[in-house]
Design a protein around this ligand. Structure first.
Ligand code: TRP
Length: 329
């Protein structure tokens, strides 16, 4: 079974696009590989500086991942900052990557440009070295990522090749793979843009933890077009097509079958809202149970942390040995 690593930053609330587009596949794919899911809180520090916030967000994200159905006995869910090997290997990675390579990262160029008047941390610049450590520590064969992260997987491979060449074979070369395509979920108010937490307004975003009334309201107010034919046509009817995609992903019924069942927008909107509620309500209930039982949540998380730590410790030691650092006395 391939070792597969995915990581997610605990920034912002998880929305329906994250869930139907990716998380459902994490859950259904947990038996297809030896999967590791890191909550990368240290990466989020490159942009978060409010005291206390990151810990709460980390715990909530962990609870949500378990509530969605990741089984700690099958999938390894861990918190990056709880495994000290990440930051230790990250330093070694920083010494294996060049200033020039880091300067060419498009994500750094974009993010630092967007923060022009704000503080641009050195961490934002060395971020790919920490990400390389995340990946190489777990001997990951596959890293499912979107296009925005491909360059980071490439630089990880370059770092691994350089390290192995300098110090002898130590790291497995990871491969970026396309995540299994999930549903394409667009903003309900702007159905030509993906549902995304960087949207200017929240009104087109459905969060996994929204209450039922807000979910219904957001679907009832979803932007459609002025004619009244229910038809799947992404170019000309993006709003209706989005509703059909969401309804299909939430019920498991093919779009073709759904189209013929509706002649009015109103019914399609309210049924889509109901179908989404049927999917997210049990997740929200389980999430709330876990948040009220911090002992159980800590127990679930410690299963993954321990497994992750065992793998990471061996790899870091291998790197120390290859470099020839003086063994601990
Ligand atoms: N940089 C990734 C993102 O912004 C998050 C991430 C951190 C990551 N470490 C990783 C992704 C390791 C894959 C593997 O989405």
């Amino acid at each position: 079974m391939p070792r597969v690593l995915s990581c997610i930053q605990p920034t912002g609330s998880v929305h329906l696009g994250n869930y139907l587009g990716a998380l459902v596949n994490w859950v259904s794919g947990q038996h297809d590989g030896d999967v590791f899911h890191g909550i990368v809180d240290l990466h989020a520090l490159t942009v978060i500086d409010t005291p206390g916030l990151i810990g709460t967000q980390t715990l909530e994200l962990a609870a949500l991942l378990f509530a969605c159905g990741l089984d700690p006995d099958v999938a390894t869910v861990f918190v990056q900052s709880h495994i000290h090997e990440h930051t230790e290997l990250a330093w070694i990675m920083e010494c294996t990557v060049s200033f020039g390579e880091l300067s060419r990262m498009t994500q750094f160029k974009d993010k630092s440009a967007r923060r022009e008047a704000e503080f641009v941390s050195a961490g934002l610049f060395t971020y790919p070295a920490l990400q390389a450590a995340d990946i190489l520590l777990y001997d990951a064969d596959e890293v499912p990522v979107g296009d925005d992260q491909r360059q980071h997987i490439e630089i990880t491979r370059d770092i691994a090749v350089r390290f192995n060449h300098r110090f002898g074979d130590t790291f497995i070369l990871p491969k970026a793979v396309h995540p299994k395509a999930g549903a394409r979920v667009m903003d309900l108010q702007d159905p030509t843009s993906k549902m995304s937490k960087s949207a200017t307004s929240d009104s087109g975003l459905v969060y996994l933890l929204d209450d039922n009334a807000s979910i219904s309201r957001k679907f009832k107010r979803a932007v459609t077009d002025s004619d009244s034919e229910v038809k799947y046509d992404i170019a000309n009817k993006p709003g209706i097509s989005n509703l059909l995609d969401i309804l299909s992903a939430s019920t498991g019924k093919p779009v073709g079958e759904l189209v013929s069942q509706y002649s009015q927008y109103g019914a399609l909107k309210s049924d889509t809202g109901d179908a989404v509620i049927a999917v997210v309500e049990p997740i929200r209930t389980r999430f709330q149970e876990l948040m009220q039982d911090k002992g159980e949540l800590a127990r679930l998380l410690s299963i993954g942390n321990e497994r992750a730590r065992n793998v990471a410790a061996v790899t870091l030691q291998r790197a120390h040995n290859a470099i020839g650092l003086l063994p601990r006395i």
